[in-house]
Structures are given as structure tokens and as C-alpha cells.
Design a protein. Structure first.
Length: 150
């Protein structure tokens, strides 16, 4: 059986994507961490990546990652910790406190919003929206494609 050290970041990314394929929330969780860590993937997450028996798939041990973060065994800034908790929540239903998102910078907030949108099936349903952080005092509107208010 292979170990994480046998693969570079690009191969691990392909394997993690293959392991999550078809499950929106898991795809979103993987993409959230890939987007954040990029080339530092193996440096930060190697201990939490499990290689499948056929070397085509990999998965993250979300529960252990979340536990280690909570116990101080996974060192992270407040923003990074928030991103990891969000990913663990999307990937395995690990409870998360959304109030912590205030620790995210604009790049990581964008990644988090993309992950949530992907989890909701926006890509498959061809939905998009400009997110500004402002709320319309007239109330929520329907998606632009439907052309009206709720």
C-alpha cells in the first residue's frame, strides 16, 4: 500500500478529487482546502490523507483533522482554523460555529462562499450570483434567471 509521501501535490489533488467525486459537499470540502493550501497540501495535511487501495483515490480523515485542531495538535491561524472547520463540516458533518467566519480574509471568504455554493448544486443548476455582503432593504430576490422578486 502506498503512502502520501509517494505522491506530489498535483497527484494528491487528483486523488482527493476522485475520492470526493459525485458528492457535492465532499467535493466542496476538498476544493476548499486545495484552494487554500495549494502547494503546501502535503506539508499541512499529509497526516490526514488516506490513500485508497488502488492508488486512484484518496480521502481526508475529517474527524481526526477536526479533533486535532480542537486539541491544538494541528496548528493554524484563526482564519486557517475557521477554513479547516468549514471544510470538515462540509466533508463529514463536523459541527461548526459560523460566527468564526469573521476571521477569514477576503480570499478565504471567497473560497468558503464558493464551497457553500458548490454544496448547494449551483454549478449543476447553472446558478451564479454576485455576492457583495450587502442586503437589499426591499427583501430577498429570486435568482436573476427567473427575473423577479420572491
Amino acid at each position: 500500500m502506498s503512502s502520501v509521501g509517494d505522491y506530489d501535490e498535483a497527484a494528491l489533488a487528483v486523488m482527493l478529487r476522485a475520492g470526493a467525486a459525485g458528492l457535492y459537499t465532499e467535493e466542496a470540502a476538498v476544493e476548499l482546502l486545495l484552494g487554500h493550501y495549494g502547494r503546501q497540501l502535503t506539508t499541512k495535511l499529509a497526516a490526514y490523507i488516506e490513500i485508497g487501495d488502488d492508488d486512484r483515490y484518496a480521502a481526508l480523515d475529517w474527524a481526526r483533522l477536526s479533533d486535532d485542531l480542537a486539541e491544538g495538535l494541528f496548528f493554524a491561524s484563526s482564519g486557517e482554523a475557521c477554513l479547516v472547520r468549514l471544510a470538515a463540516s462540509l466533508g463529514a458533518g463536523v459541527p461548526v460555529t459560523l460566527r468564526d467566519v469573521s476571521a477569514l480574509d477576503h480570499c478565504n471568504a471567497t473560497l468558503a462562499l464558493q464551497a457553500i455554493a458548490h454544496s448547494c448544486g449551483w454549478l449543476e443548476h447553472h446558478h451564479s450570483a454576485a455576492i457583495s455582503g450587502r442586503f437589499d432593504p426591499a427583501g430577498p430576490t429570486e435568482p436573476a434567471s427567473s427575473g423577479g422578486r420572491l
